[in-house]
Design a binder for this molecule. Structure first.
Ligand SMILES: Nc1nc2c(c(=O)[nH]1)N[C@H]1C(S)=C(S)[C@@H](COP(=O)(O)OP(=O)(O)OC[C@H]3O[C@@H](n4cnc5c(=O)[nH]c(N)nc54)[C@H](O)[C@@H]3O)O[C@H]1N2
Ligand SMILES: Nc1nc2c(c(=O)[nH]1)N[C@H]1C(S)=C(S)[C@@H](COP(=O)(O)OP(=O)(O)OC[C@H]3O[C@@H](n4cnc5c(=O)[nH]c(N)nc54)[C@H](O)[C@@H]3O)O[C@H]1N2
Ligand SMILES: [Mo]
Length: 716
């Protein structure tokens, strides 16, 4: 550790508090092996740190952190698992005995390996699943996060092509369902620079977001579940006016005529009635986008796919953007581009390390193979929406989970209940989360930031090591746990004898580096930049990048009619399907999970008190007109109901929400937005309608709930 005057030293890591996606560089000041301060890492490509990064210190030293392995002592249906402390030895013996028995009796596929939003542990967990022999490896990304939008792009373009952030030349940018002001603050400087250089901006978002306030010339505020209609209406407007690139469309879009015929019905009047977007604003937005170039374009990671018609929505957006001829097939002589940012981990890590080829064996035994076949045929990660059905059908007998949050799923308790029917289940986490861990057999303590070496940081060609202080209590790095379980199952050699640093070295070796080189750079507070010729993407990535001169779809063109979806008996065109209708009983559309700058999913509540202070109650955001009519005031409690569930939360009256829509963050243990959402899924992706369910909101009858919003529980 590089030392400072006064006996202190610097330690380095990367923030994991935006679900391991943004990963800003962090530098800590350490005295007597205790982190006393956290700051942005000077010179690091990601940053600056936001409140979530600073608050990580509190997570590190939280008195309720999980510090030892625990085993349940009560029957599975008991409300309290009665977790009792055990040794790592006992924990590993239990795991190895159960996993070995289950594989012998029912086959390896009957164990589901799961990683939540956390991206860092994934390569090690993939390797474990592959060695064990189960194709049933899935994550939150293959259930509720950005992978469905990648799927939609792949169906349309053969690659995740859509997001083109602005640069100095950009004249117009279209931000469709993105709010970097809250979700990706590191994009803001680029947007600001483009704006200052004169770029115009269209924002499409139902809410009055900070992004719209900062950048939008035109802001369209559609109702939920109407994306495919808005995209079709916008496409029609461009086609009718002849603003599109006809020659490009005819040459490069498969099914262009069918698509043109389909969108023809979406007149400005019909589009307005379906989407609530005034026709004249919609037409002005299309004109602004069509008449300026170069164009930049960014579409949502997930909002438009959290819908029963999500894949069609997202494909509709992509096809609108494609009409102008901006999205070209890759050139045969194009240089291999480098993975941007920390995408190496966000996309699952190196495929050879994760043993993806082995993971793909026995694909027909994936739980999504028959239930979401269009997805299973494409995604290497299994969709987990139907886990309760797969457990009831005895296709799955055990669960090995890293970072399990049942509140990502609609009707979350059905998942927790189903896990109680397993023969064996375990999770690794920073904290005991009663709502998610209630039915598990084992709970294991994960080391957190500043206590782990793996994985190292990778941002484009820049590699960064991390300093690891000794973990608190008996916590262990996720990589170590996964690799040690592998060792107990007979794969000690393949699992680097449980040593995360040795595992990292096996990855770094492709660049003739080892962790010692990263440590040498850390001594100077820096990383290592690979020379361009040194960079070798994985072979499958190379194939995608090199596949040319056509689009990497079956037809070699942009597919307005998807051959993949048609082959699976689904509509090939991005057709509009009406959202669940509101009614006098349930008059509001529920927009759940909109990111807040200082909150991350179910975390950053009591586990980071500084952040919790900023937002200490589950809030329902409601427009002043609606609130006035219902006699609801800010900070008063309201009951929210859908046909599928109910919860009580605190009102926040704000013009940010449009009339007829209410907003709520998911992940509150006692006011879980996903209790309101039914288990019906987009047949193409298997994703849930997290953003279209009708609800009612009424002043709460009875007293304000007491201190029930506790997401952590102390262990004995
Ligand atoms: N209604 C609604 N539901 C949604 C969404 C929405 O917008 N609306 N969004 C969806 C999306 S996009 C996502 S990504 C998911 C979020 O889903 P998740 O990312 O799974 O949710 P988190 O709340 O971050 O829970 C992760 C758990 O893992 C633990 N954890 C975090 N990091 C680590 C680690 O490195 N190691 C270990 N062992 N444990 C760790 C945390 O303590 C926590 O208990 O929610 C989805 N669900
Ligand atoms: N602070 C913070 N940052 C995060 C996270 C976090 O929890 N906290 N989570 C990370 C993760 S896991 C993810 S997946 C990303 C998500 O990143 P984003 O998808 O960009 O974030 P959201 O805020 O969920 O959605 C963006 C906007 O879409 C709008 N929207 C919702 N539905 C629709 C619709 O039907 N049409 C249109 N046009 N707009 C719609 C919402 O109002 C919102 O303003 O953020 C990442 N960054
Ligand atoms: Mo996500």
């Amino acid at each position: 550790m590089p030392s400072l005057n006064s006996g202190a030293a610097y330690a380095y890591s990367m923030c994991d508090n935006c679900n391991h996606v943004v990963m800003c560089g962090m530098r800590a000041i350490v005295r007597d092996r205790i982190v006393t301060n956290v700051e942005s890492w000077p010179g690091h490509p990601r940053g600056p740190l936001c409140a979530k990064g600073y608050a990580l210190m509190q997570q590190l030293y939280h008195p309720k952190r999980l510090l030892h392995p625990y085993k349940r002592t009560t029957p599975k249906d008991a409300p309290d698992p009665g977790f009792a402390r055990i040794s790592w030895e006992e924990a590993y013996c239990l795991i190895a005995a159960n996993l070995s028995r289950i594989r012998a009796e029912y086959g390896a596929h009957s164990v589901f390996f799961y990683c939540g939003g956390l991206k860092e542990p994934r390569p090690a967990v993939q390797r474990l699943a592959a060695l064990y022999g189960s194709p049933n490896y899935g994550t939150e990304s293959s259930t509720a996060c950005m992978r469905a939008s990648v799927f939609a792009d792949w169906l349309t373009f053969g690659a995740p092509l859509l997001n083109r952030m602005p640069n100095a030349d950009t004249r117009v940018m279209l931000l469709w369902g993105v709010n970097p002001a809250a979700a990706h603050h590191t994009y803001l400087p680029g947007l600001k620079a483009a704006r200052q250089a004169g770029a115009r901006c269209i924002v499409i978002d139902p809410r009055a977001t900070a992004t719209a306030a900062l950048f939008a010339d035109i802001h369209l505020r559609p109702r939920l579940g109407a994306t495919a209609a808005l995209a079709a209406g916008m496409a029609r407007a461009a086609l009718v006016e002849g603003w599109h690139d006809e020659a490009f469309c005819r040459a490069q879009i498969h099914g262009f005529e069918e698509y043109s015929r389909y969108v023809r019905d979406f007149t400005p009047e019909l589009t307005e009635s379906l989407t609530n977007v005034p026709a004249k604003d919609m037409l002005a937005a299309v004109r602004l986008y069509a008449k300026n170039r170069p164009r930049a374009f960014s579409s949502s990671a997930q909002s438009t796919t959290h819908d029963r018609n999500g894949i069609a929505n997202h494909r509709g957006i992509g096809l609108f953007a494609a009409l102008f001829g901006d999205i070209q097939p890759p050139r045969p002589d194009a240089p291999l581009s480098l993975p941007k940012g920390a995408d190496l981990w966000a996309n699952g890590g190196p495929q050879d390390f994760g043993l993806h080829k082995m993971l793909a064996l026995g694909k027909e035994q994936r739980i999504d193979a028959k239930r979401v076949p269009a997805w299973a045929d494409w995604a290497w990660e299994v969709n987990t929406s139907y886990l309760p059905e797969a457990i009831a059908a005895k296709e799955i007998r055990a669960l090995v989970a890293f970072g399990l949050n049942v509140m990502i799923w609609p009707q979350s308790d059905e998942y927790a209940k189903a896990f109680g029917d397993l023969e064996f289940s375990m999770a690794v986490d920073y904290f005991h989360r009663p709502r998610s861990h209630r039915t598990l057999d084992l709970l294991l303590p994960a080391a957190v930031n500043f206590e782990r070496r793996a994985p190292f940081g990778m941002f484009g060609r820049e590699l960064y090591g991390r300093t690891a202080l000794p973990p608190q209590g008996e916590a262990r790095e996720d990589w170590r746990i996964a690799l040690e379980i592998g060792g107990r199952l007979g794969y000690a050699e393949e699992c680097f004898h449980g040593n995360p640093e040795a595992a990292c070295n096996s990855i770094l070796a492709r660049w003739n580096l080892s962790y010692a080189d990263l440590d040498n750079a850390l001594a100077h507070g820096t990383g290592i930049t690979l020379p361009p010729e040194y960079f070798q993407p994985d072979p499958p990535q190379q194939a995608v990048l090199r596949r040319s001169p056509a689009f990497a779809t079956a037809t070699g063109k942009i597919e307005a009619v998807s051959t993949h979806l048609e082959a699976h008996g689904l509509p090939g065109l991005p057709e509009f399907a009406p959202p669940c209708p509101t009614s006098p009983e349930y008059p509001f559309q529920l927009l759940s999970g909109t990111r807040r700058p200082h909150m991350t999913h179910s975390r950053t509540r009591q586990d980071t008190p500084w952040l919790f202070e900023l937002d200490a109650n589950p809030e329902v955001e409601i427009n002043p007109v609606d609130a006035g009519r219902l006699n609801i005031k800010s900070r008063e409690w309201v009951d929210v109901r859908s046909a599928f569930g109910a919860l009580r939360a605190c009102a926040h009256v704000t013009p940010e929400m449009p009339e007829g829509m209410v907003g709520m963050m998911h992940g509150w243990a006692a006011a879980n937005a996903n209790d309101l959402v039914p288990r019906v899924f987009d047949p193409a992706s298997g994703y849930a309608p997290l953003k279209e369910i009708p609800v009612s909101v009424k002043p709460a009858a009875g007293p304000r709930p007491g201190n029930q919003y506790v997401s952590l529980k102390e262990l004995p």
